[in-house]
Design a protein. Structure first.
Length: 561
């Protein structure tokens, strides 16, 4: 377990992150800040306690280019890192181990858990004004949510982990704790979500509280955890009761009637407050996503874009045509002018493609993207440039016709309503099957495809076959998750919980090679020749960090490490 004394670190963090907003901490010399000062009974506004809580919020998943400047999906079949030698590649080239993990969450999560326990142990000392007592209730419940959120981040990586309860351990305590089982951890998280749901803010919240934990957030975490528990990785005997619990939990979120699909897909990621985002990591207005991810030939002011993420042909091909059919099924012809055309492969496609991937010809900063050989965004030579013929477009502002980047809202969506609908559909399908096209599982996929801009068709099915089997609907749901939730740190975990990573990873990935013949462009799919492997069953779980295992003889390492 973690043996550090975090208070000094916390006060430094608080001072740097929040001191400009709170006079009481500004005026106190850092070395004189004590627990008594932090939990001052006379702090009737709870200023310092709220500050401490905000520092716990700062440990929520940050998303975007967080792993060596790369997105997590660059370690899935949806993308590869543009730059050679990126740390994220350790998940696909065999370099990952108990000694080296680019996405290690053990220390951060347990540090967050310790902070939440410190809050629970000490907050009672703060005597809030009477008109702030309800606010204090919210803070306690938010803190308890954050604790189980950190446990969720742990169990999806490592499986069962030690549960600490409310205890704040010291060096004199026995720290050699064994791991709880995965199911025990799930039950704990679910029980905590149920215990706090009625003590949290009700959705929708006031503008000033956006980003705070609400009842909807707690119920969504419950649904996520129960879906993880019901999935093949953790449900070896396909226990239908586990699917039922997951379905009921997702239905509970839907029944709140507090969330809905944002009418425009692009607005989900570029507006600070909307009815689809249930929880997002709050960030300042920035241009960092544009600079990090736009194609390399674009310069905003004096800053060149870095194009760090190269989406794969596999991801691009997953997007259906505008009629909702696979590109292999909906081929352009004289009688079908809206079908797929290999000589113009990005026309008549699912509109989400344009908002997810930069492809050749897509308008950006007033010119079309040039990812043909020798183009401005794939010039060749020694420059770091796309490996696949594509760059990541998702999350970026609307700069199609602009001349320079301007600060944008870039809050990472941790939970959003489209995911809840797909979770419900997935669980319901496993229990009841697809049902009829006018009801049941079809309803949720059709709602998401309708919002995406896919044509309904004469049958109003949005490209879905009307008589899908349970297994075929399962694949349809998985496809919808892939295209709808691309680059939102879902695919990486989905292929693991579905227990298909060994199939998905252990085959070549592809990109597009485009040659410009003057009047025409020639498109040729090519293998990337990049090592891409997954060793089962070992890689379905992360290794517990070696530094933790050697300190604690009761901490059993995961299989294969």
């Amino acid at each position: 377990m973690i043996h550090h004394n975090y208070l000094f670190f916390l006060f430094i963090s608080i001072s740097l992150l929040f001191s400009s907003c709170v006079k009481s901490l500004e005026d106190k010399p850092l070395e004189l800040i004590t627990e008594d000062y932090l939990w001052d009974s006379k702090d009737s506004l709870g200023t310092n306690a709220n500050l401490f809580l905000n520092s716990i919020y700062a440990k929520l998943p940050k998303g975007f280019n967080r792993i060596g400047n790369n997105v997590l999906d660059a370690a899935s079949d949806d993308a590869v890192p543009t730059e050679d030698g990126a740390s994220i590649s350790s998940f696909t080239n065999g370099g990952y181990s108990a000694l080296s993990n680019a996405d290690d969450s053990w220390q951060n999560s347990y540090a967050g858990i310790r902070m939440t326990n410190l809050f629970l142990q000490n907050f009672y000392k703060v005597h809030l004004k009477r008109d702030l007592l309800l606010e204090g209730q919210y803070w306690r419940a938010e803190n308890r949510f954050l604790r189980v959120m950190f446990y969720y981040e742990l169990i999806k990586r490592y499986g069962g982990v030690p549960l600490l309860g409310d205890q704040v351990f010291t060096l004199s305590d026995n720290l050699d704790l064994p791991r709880n089982t995965f199911d025990e951890c799930v039950d704990y998280i679910v029980a905590e979500c149920d215990a706090i749901k009625d003590s949290l803010r009700i959705d929708p919240v006031a503008t000033g509280d956006y980003g705070r934990i609400t009842r909807g957030v707690a119920l969504t975490l419950k649904a996520k955890v129960l879906l993880l528990a019901a999935s093949p990785l953790n449900n070896l005997n396909n226990d239908i009761d586990k699917w039922q619990r997951a379905k009921n939990a997702a239905a509970e979120v839907i029944a709140l009637n507090a969330f809905s699909l944002e009418p425009a897909f692009s607005n989900v990621f570029t507006t600070r407050s909307n009815k689809e985002v249930i929880l997002a990591y709050q960030r300042a207005l920035t241009t960092d996503l544009e600079v990090n991810n736009a194609p390399i030939g674009y310069v905003s002011g004096s800053t060149s874009s870095l194009g760090r993420t190269s989406p794969t042909q596999e991801l691009v091909d997953a997007f259906p045509t505008i009629r909702g059919r696979a590109i292999t099924e909906d081929v352009r012809s004289g009688s079908n002018p809206t079908g797929y055309d290999a000589t113009n492969p990005y026309a008549n496609r699912d509109p989400r493609l344009d908002l997810t991937v930069f492809y050749n010809g897509l308008l950006w900063l007033g010119r079309g993207v040039e990812t043909f050989d020798g183009g401005k965004d794939r010039p060749g030579g020694a420059a770091v440039q796309t490996k696949t013929g594509y760059y990541m477009r998702k999350f970026l502002g609307n700069f199609a016709t602009g001349t320079a980047y301007s600060n944008q809202t870039h809050n990472f969506p941790i939970f959003r309503y489209a995911d809840v609908l797909l979770m419900f559909a997935e669980a319901k399908n496993e229990i009841d099957g697809p049902g009829s096209v006018s009801d049941s599982v079809y309803t949720y996929l059709k709602a998401i495809r309708s919002r995406a801009g896919i044509m309904p068709g004469t049958d109003n099915n949005y490209g879905l076959d009307p008589n899908l089997s349970l297994s075929a609907m399962r694949e349809a749901i998985r496809l919808e998750r892939r295209v709808e939730l691309a680059f939102e740190e879902q695919r990486f975990w989905d292929v693991r919980r579905w227990k298909i990573a060994e199939t998905v990873y252990n085959k070549p990935l592809h990109g597009i090679r485009i040659t410009n013949n003057g009047s025409t462009l020639n498109y040729q799919v090519e293998s990337l020749n990049i090592p891409f492997q997954f060793v089962a069953p070992r890689m379905y779980r992360y290794a517990i960090p070696y530094s933790e295992v050697i300190k604690n003889p009761n901490l059993k390492q995961n299989e294969g490490y």
